[in-house]
Write a protein that binds this ligand. Structure first.
Ligand SMILES: [Zn+2]
Ligand SMILES: [Zn+2]
Length: 188
């Protein structure tokens, strides 16, 4: 069975080099749905507690929220960073607290201190799905990601791996030592 969770994220981006309105900087409310598959955990009668999917994913995904997402070759990138630098907010501001840990993958690099994500490919809905899977695949048994933004929407299924051990009491992922980070239960 599957458990799934949904987020909304606000972001600004543009399609650099695209011949259309989207080549101009603009913003969206995006809807991200993440589906996790496993057997139903007998102790808790859930696949995976949705608030735990949310917590695990949001830790990373919040770096996309209220962020500017630009492709690495976009000339807006040095221009924006130059303004932030001059203004003294490039390396953070006291009010910028909604930050996850910085990440760097093949597809995307987050700079949470200035709410910027630099991407390898244009940040389309398809591009977002690829980035999110790459960021979460080792943390959750993600089998489907759906992302919607304005009239654009995409969905992708991924093979189930079923390799992640869950706590028999609360259903969340055990740590590397086989201990539940929430209730301290050990693998039976
Ligand atoms: Zn757009
Ligand atoms: Zn537990």
């Amino acid at each position: 069975m599957r458990s799934f969770t949904h987020f909304t994220i606000q972001y600004a981006h543009r399609f650099y080099g695209f011949k259309g309105e989207a080549q101009y900087l603009h913003g969206h409310t995006g809807g991200l749905t993440i589906e996790v598959e496993d057997s139903v955990n007998p102790g808790v009668n859930m696949v995976f507690p949705c608030n735990e999917i949310k917590k695990t994913a949001w830790n990373i995904i919040q770096n996309f929220d209220h962020a500017l997402i630009l492709r690495q070759d976009d000339p807006l990138l040095p221009a924006v960073l130059g303004v932030y630098e001059k203004q003294g907010i490039k390396n953070g501001a006291p009010q910028n607290t909604m930050k996850g840990p910085a990440f760097k993958t093949e597809l995307a690099e987050a700079y949470p201190d200035c709410r910027l994500v630099v991407t390898k490919e244009t940040m389309t809905v398809e591009g977002m799905i690829k980035m999110v899977y790459d960021l979460l695949k080792d943390k959750l048994n993600v089998v489907k990601i759906t992302f919607t933004s304005g009239d654009n929407a995409a969905t992708q299924e991924f093979p189930s791996r079923h390799t992640m051990e869950r706590c028999p009491c609360c259903g969340i992922l055990l740590n590397a030592d086989g201990v539940c980070p929430k209730c301290g239960c050990r693998k039976k």
